[in-house]
Design a protein around this ligand. Structure first.
Ligand SMILES: NC(=O)c1ccc[n+]([C@@H]2O[C@H](COP(=O)([O-])OP(=O)(O)OC[C@H]3O[C@@H](n4cnc5c(N)ncnc54)[C@H](OP(=O)(O)O)[C@@H]3O)[C@@H](O)[C@H]2O)c1
Length: 492
């Protein structure tokens, strides 16, 4: 694109500064805490989005002292430490804690009391999910989840996976509900913290031009791709039990799909948005097993921590339909995989072709469809592929893509975890998953998970590492006379 102009309406730039909070991170010795949570909190601090009197306490079994914990964290900050890194560290402490040890929770209660009563307390459970009920029970027994007018709100953040199937998700939910109200439960899906994903709301509901074309009469199909170059890395133990459908489709991809296809909420508030999401998810037709593909990358079963006879899918693709007025008959194609050639997360809205070509010598079928691309990863932005004429005397037609990178907006984007940690401080649950949405997501995918688990005879297709995935995923679209918008193999 050539010249761009941005006219940000400063009077509508809302940045709410959070009140002071006490933040406790369980599993503070772990990978997520070190790579994402503490750097995100430091980034919020640097931007004035962590109140100066807020305090952060890391808790885990590892016998760090506050000093050795700060040194452990310092590795994850770019060297040299940011100018304000030191200030951040001074408000960060560490307390060794056994997750099921009542005495340790009494000490934690004392520490939180010392930090000053009356401000919100956020407990972030960066732990394996089997520990969620253990920690919540202990927090409740120590009186740490009780909300009183003088004690301030109590919020608990849960990481994914939230259950392994519908029954375990329901059991986990019931265990948490013994001590927590839904308004206290923050179930994370970090994809919702990404700029593009939030921009879907603005694109759809702050621009009038899209609404008349955002439906089955104008849209041919929708594609969502989550391609990773990495394999299972350090998470083989978890991944080999879970598989890609649980890891990506049941949460991140369904959340993105629901934002792009749901109806307009009556207002941009947590429950109004989530009410529309649940309606959308419930209107997805049960997935036909014949419209699904699973595959495994070559060498997966030799990865450390993976069972040598594992049938876990590292790639999946499927087609689904949304049975409502807006989307009747529009296929939605989803694909995600590990060890592919490129890293890319993208949503593509593919519009119907023109009904007839008025250009002599160019058949209607040669005119490419218009595509709206929503880029989520690695760049965050938006693109529009249109038919255009090449400058010159000849009628030379081709596809032209206009691209806009959100970084060019002049704003400094926040990491997804930073955004979500900010919202937790503000008590805003819009970007967190409500329990009915989790239950509906499991109901959608469990029949397919059961079908795949029961089928132990059909060989799992393989695909080479750094490739585009298995040929079966192309056949899934070829059957409908369509193709994926992008090749995911390493570019030559
Ligand atoms: N890492 C990521 O990028 C990522 C991405 C998405 C979601 N998640 C989710 O975030 C949570 C934390 O992830 P993580 O990668 O940080 O996990 P992790 O490093 O495996 O575990 C975090 C901490 O939990 C404690 N822990 C681990 N296994 C335990 C066990 N069996 N019993 C008792 N304590 C145990 C350990 O601390 P101590 O031994 O010191 O107590 C460990 O340092 C998980 O639910 C994960 O699924 C992580």
């Amino acid at each position: 694109m050539g010249q761009r102009s941005f006219e940000w309406q400063e009077r509508f730039c809302r940045e709410q500064r959070p009140e002071p909070c006490r933040i406790v991170i369980f599993g503070a010795s772990g990978d997520l805490a070190k790579r994402k949570l503490f750097p995100s909190l430091a980034a919020l601090d640097a931007r004035g989005l962590l109140a100066p009197t807020s305090r952060i306490t890391g808790c885990a079994r590892h016998p760090y002292t506050t000093d050795s914990f700060r040194r452990h964290l310092a590795d994850c900050f770019p060297a040299p430490l940011p100018a304000d890194g030191d200030i951040f560290f001074r408000r960060t402490g560490y307390m060794p804690l056994g997750y099921d040890c009542p005495d340790d929770y009494r000490q934690l209660a004392g520490e939180l009391q010392r930090q000053g009563d009356g401000t919100p307390v956020i407990f972030y459970l960066a732990l394996p999910s089997h520990l969620y009920p253990v920690v919540v029970n202990r927090l409740a027994a120590a009186g740490l989840l009780t909300e009183t007018p003088s004690g301030g709100p109590r919020r608990v953040v849960f990481e994914k996976p939230f259950g392994h199937d519908p029954a375990s998700a329901a059991a986990l939910d019931a265990a948490l509900r013994q001590h927590l109200g839904e308004h206290q439960i923050y179930r994370i899906d970090h994809y919702l913290g990404k700029e593009t994903v939030q921009n879907i709301f603005l694109l759809r509901f702050a621009n009038r031009i899209f609404e008349p074309i955002w439906n089955a009469s104008q849209v041919d199909s929708i594609q969502i791709t989550v391609a990773e170059q990495l394999g299972v890395e350090q998470r083989a133990g978890y991944f080999d039990q879970a598989g890609l459908l649980r890891d990506m489709f049941q949460n991140h991809m369904l959340e993105m799909l629901s934002l792009v296809t749901m109806e307009c909420p009556y207002t941009f508030s947590a429950d109004a948005v989530r009410d529309e999401k649940i309606k959308l998810i419930r209107s997805i037709r049960p997935i036909a097993f014949t419209d699904t593909v699973r595959a495994q990358y070559d060498g997966y079963t030799s990865e450390p921590g993976v069972a040598p006879d594992s049938r876990t899918e590292t790639y999946a693709a499927l087609k689904l339909y949304i049975d409502n007025w807006r989307w009747q008959g529009v296929p939605v194609y989803l694909r995600a995989g590990k060890k592919l050639g490129i890293r890319r997360t993208e949503l593509d809205i593919i519009f119907k072709p023109v009904p007839h070509s008025v250009f002599p010598g160019i058949p209607q079928t040669a005119l490419q469809p218009d595509i709206l691309h929503l880029h989520v990863q690695p760049e965050e932005g938006i693109g529009l592929t249109l038919q255009a004429k090449k400058a010159g005397p000849k009628l030379c037609m081709g596809a032209l893509t206009l691209n806009y990178d959100y970084r060019e907006s002049g704003g400094e984007s926040l990491d997804a975890y930073a955004r979500l940690l900010l919202d937790c401080q503000l008590g805003d649950q819009t970007l967190f998953i409500r329990s009915d949405v989790i239950a509906a997501a499991w109901q959608l995918y469990q029949p397919l998970l059961d079908h795949w688990a029961a089928d132990t005879a059909t060989p799992i297709p393989r695909y080479p590492q750094r490739s585009d995935g298995p040929p079966e995923a192309h056949q899934l679209l070829a059957r409908d006379d369509r193709e994926w918008t992008d090749d995911l193999a390493v570019p030559l």
